[in-house]
Design a protein around this ligand. Sequence first.
Ligand code: FAD
Length: 451
Amino acid sequence: MSSTSTIAIIGGGWAGLSAATRLADSGAKVMLFERARGLGGRMGSFYDPRFDEWLDNGNHLFIGAYRSARDLLHIWGADEGLRFEPHLHLPWMSGDGKIYDFRLKAGRIGSALAVLGFKGLTVRDRWRAARGFGALQRAALNLPALEPTVADYLARFGLKTDGCNGLFEALTLAVMNAAPSIAGLYPLARAVKTGLLSGAADGGLGFPLKPFKQLYIDAAAAYLAAHNVDIHLNNPVESLKIDNHNRLVGIVSQGAAYTVDAVISTLQPVDLLTWLPARVRTDPFFNRLNKLKYSPIIAVHLVFDRPVIKERFGFFAGGHRLHWIFGRGEPEAGGWSKISTIFSYAFELYGRSMSDIVAGALDELRRRLPQERSFRVLHSRAVVNRRATVILEPGSDSLRLPVETPVKGLFLAGDWTATGLPATVESAARSGTIAAEAARSLVMRDERCQA
Ligand SMILES: Cc1cc2nc3c(=O)[nH]c(=O)nc-3n(C[C@H](O)[C@H](O)[C@H](O)COP(=O)(O)OP(=O)(O)OC[C@H]3O[C@@H](n4cnc5c(N)ncnc54)[C@H](O)[C@@H]3O)c2cc1C
């Protein structure tokens, strides 16, 4: 495409980076505006001088089925920093300090056998859990008005909130950042069908081996700069200019006005609503975003005087202060002394002081890792991600907006848009690609009309 148009992308998270990458070298002038000092958005890093490390705002997991996100990593030359396991393997850290390995195999029979052989559950719960996985794979997804929560759906198959429900809690927290009693069934069931249980390579977990800055942010920035994308960091876009024909004509950032032919906004709904001009935001198309709610995730980064875990990753079944534990970087002899913890759907801790949050995580670690109780903490830091993801409750699919909007020239992307996927990196990456395609078609059409 050879173009004389200008396309502005607002936001430098996965959705914005995806859109910019797809539009790079398109011939159009592409500008990316990011409010923060660095790229990455909700999958970002910051330098902490006490740790002398780049720390992430919170650990992320990929799965094999993240095709759009993995394709981008490949384009940026950043895919070697992600280690994939061939199958889903979840070290299950039970309350009694024991670790049970849960290894999920692809397909209905493979997953049923994996659940039946999982020693972390009683034999009775294994049977019930196997039925639950089968039920998720069979779930009909075409009755939006009747969407149940994950918990209500599983209750139909005799699954209650004890024992085997821990497996579904892990799954729902990981994929939806919500408790099974809150999360809507459909995005989870779609992720299970198309990802986790659809085939061996698709279901495997991918672990970043480096901080996000070194994993992909620097590589993406270098790729975009080399492909003529104009990146403006520390440059919030403050307003849009929309003419009387409801056509977007420009943006304003830090007092400077830019004339543009199309804008791709990747803002979270709450930011989008405060940023749109009043007459646009009250349009029912946008106004429904007011109904979306958000779920926090809290990360705690720690450095100990000795290795405290031997596994790179584990799930704390029934955890009250943390759900996930990760070793940072490569292990030393004996395991990891640098670890990070994640508490998903973290309302229980929300509003507490940072020292309370760290103390809670340490308390849980001492109870779960009894042999390591005598560890000494050298450094600690909590990161509260207030609006980590939208909560996809039953019916939320109808609140997620498509790429095209009633404002001509304004396109939407972001993990929360109507991709059908849970609010993940993959959803963000995919939405950015779709929005880039739509913006490109519009400016090409307009240029043809003008010619
Ligand atoms: C702690 C944590 C753990 C997570 N774990 C996982 C996981 O394991 N797997 C997974 O797939 N997903 C996970 N997620 C979700 C994942 O991070 C998001 O789905 C994804 O990063 C969203 O990308 P995005 O581009 O849609 O939005 P964002 O990353 O939020 O990007 C939007 C960008 O817009 C910028 N912006 C806002 N207003 C303006 C403005 N006015 N002008 C310019 N720029 C502006 C923001 O600064 C931001 O950089 C996790 C999220 C968190 C917080």
